[in-house]
Design a protein around this ligand. Structure first.
Ligand code: UD1
Length: 414
């Protein structure tokens, strides 16, 4: 019995790894499920995709739909068209999607329209913020999902409220945390950690890529200024997402580089999309930007910001594990910070992962830069909460998913 496992963008890869490993283990023990790994190609850089496959022991995809960049609609259309063609030529008995990226929604639609049932890992979570593409992806996917594998009681409740029967909800825990726990002993510092003299608890990690935070240049620079000010001169390691790099190039232009390592290069597709963007490498892992004039806002990048390329999984989570705190607009990182017991300040107004706040180390700060300093003052005063691990985030979610799938698909003949 062939099931499709869909992955398209960076946050998908750590979610599929434990499911694939559990499927491989069951196959060795005589299980009947076989999988086809379909990469949509939504993320395609080695640093956004290939590095994760290698580090997490994910096999090479059986199929790559190679959709690449585009608007939301263009990506959705391309993924649907290409995945439909695959299913028509070589049908599978189930389409398993994870998370909330464009690939998740597009493949779920294509499959369900061909009467291939859909399973959604991380189903049911909601931020209530329709301005985020991920929220639309969650709602559309869940509206046409047969079986939900959920990470929290809140997700279960959200699904029940929309009329989903309990028989279709499997509260299994968090596959992203399976991956973190499985790799805890393999986490390793990036090469620049020594160069920058990073000491445990004496630096911050920040990631920002949400359109609301990074697409408007001035607002983004004000946010960076607030991060620089509130962190009291401690190094702030900032792995820059390609979308964020584009904005930085536009508002700050080429920034002095010192050694050429760990720099943020201009992505080739960025060049196609934005010919006006400076193409010079922007920055390095060394102190950058102090005194750099900002043509749009007349401000400068904070002196303690250390801009680096997107980091591979093992290096990124090493950085988080040893940081004083994380400042982010990501969703997944709030879960990892919770399990690593590292304070997490989320620069968003909403979250689809409320358990990281009620149980974990996360707090919603909002997107107003003025809110950041008081929160960081509390952190420096030692007043951050401790947090605990949410139920079933225990490293065995992948196995529970595969066991449930074997039961659900037991009566299928092919
Ligand atoms: C996507 C997900 C988001 C996730 C994020 C993590 C959706 C709607 N959003 O956003 O939930 O948190 O990934 O990374 O699916 N680019 C590259 N190299 C790549 C991939 C992208 O340069 O390997 C560029 C694209 O050309 C584009 C920009 O980055 O200019 C944004 O990529 P896109 O796939 O549109 O979405 P993300 O912002 O990465």
């Amino acid at each position: 019995m062939l099931i499709d496992i869909i992955a398209g963008a960076r946050p998908n890869f750590m979610k599929i790894a434990p499911i694939i490993h559990a499927l491989q283990a069951r196959e060795r023990d005589g299980g009947r499920l076989r999988y086809r790994l379909v990469h949509t190609g939504q993320h395609y850089d080695a640093r956004m995709s290939g590095d994760f496959f290698e580090q997490l022991g994910i096999p090479t995809p059986d199929v790559n739909l190679e959709v690449g960049s585009g608007t939301q609609a263009e990506q959705t259309a391309a993924i649907m068209t290409r995945y439909e063609k695959l299913l028509l030529g070589q049908p599978s008995v189930l389409c398993l999607v994870v998370g909330d990226v464009t690939s998740t929604m597009a493949c779920a639609i294509a499959a369900q329209k061909l009467h291939v049932p859909v399973a959604h890992v991380e189903g049911g979570i909601r931020s209530g913020d329709w301005s985020m593409p991920e929220e639309i992806n969650r709602m559309v996917t869940d509206a046409i999902t047969n079986w939900f594998f959920t990470t929290s009681q809140e997700a279960n409740e959200n699904l029940r409220r929309t009329g989903v029967d309990d028989e279709r909800i499997f509260f299994v825990g968090n596959t992203m945390i399976d991956t973190l726990l499985a790799n805890m002993d393999r986490l390793r510092p990036p090469a620049f950690a020594a160069e920058l003299g990073l000491q445990p608890g004496e630096y911050f990690v920040t990631t920002l890529h949400r359109p609301a935070n990074v697409d408007a240049g001035d607002g983004f620079l004000h946010l960076l200024a607030a991060i620089g000010e509130g962190t009291r001169g401690l190094p702030v390691v900032f792995p820059v997402h390609p979308r964020t790099a584009k904005t930085l190039r536009q508002v700050a232009g080429p920034v002095q580089e010192s050694d050429g390592r760990a720099r943020v290069d201009a992505a080739p597709d960025d060049a196609r999309e934005s010919p006006a963007v400076p193409q010079a490498p922007m920055t390095s892992a060394c102190p950058v930007g102090a005194g750099q004039p900002h043509p749009a806002a007349g401000t400068a990048l904070p002196a303690n910001l250390r801009l680096v390329d997107p980091q591979p999984y093992l290096e990124f989570n090493w950085l988080v594990k040893h940081a004083r705190a994380v400042i982010t607009d990501s969703g997944g990182i709030t879960e990892e910070a919770t399990v690593l017991q590292v304070p997490c300040l989320t620069l968003r107004d909403t979250t689809e992962r409320p358990e990281t706040i009620t149980l974990g180390t996360n707090e919603l700060i909002g997107t107003d830069p003025a809110k950041l300093k008081p929160a960081l003052d509390r952190l420096f005063a030692g007043q951050w909460k401790q947090g605990c691990i949410p139920p079933l985030w225990d490293g065995h979610t992948g196995e529970r998913i595969v066991a449930a799938l074997e039961g659900l698909l037991a009566t299928r003949s092919r």
